[in-house]
Design a protein. Structure first.
Length: 76
């Protein structure tokens, strides 16, 4: 479904509130309880490169920025 047809559909259903609520109810995104979509970096909100070890809850990019401030040392 394209965006234009989606907006046309909402315009038509504004006059029919019961059908609009039913459409919103059945087409709403699923509430996630596990997986990649639920885990987000607490600093930037990114999903990729998530580190949850030691209760960090940061992506790898943010971890590199603040690792020395937290107390981690780079060995190499």
């Amino acid at each position: 479904m394209t965006k234009s047809t989606y907006t046309k559909m909402f315009k038509q259903l504004k006059r029919k509130p019961a059908k609009l609520e039913k459409l919103k109810k059945h087409n709403a995104p699923k509430k996630r309880t596990c997986g990649k979509g639920i885990k987000k970096c607490r600093r930037c909100g990114s999903n990729s490169g998530y580190i949850q070890k030691y209760d960090l809850k940061l992506c790898r990019k943010c971890f590199r920025d603040i690792a020395t401030n937290i107390g981690f040392k780079k060995y190499s």
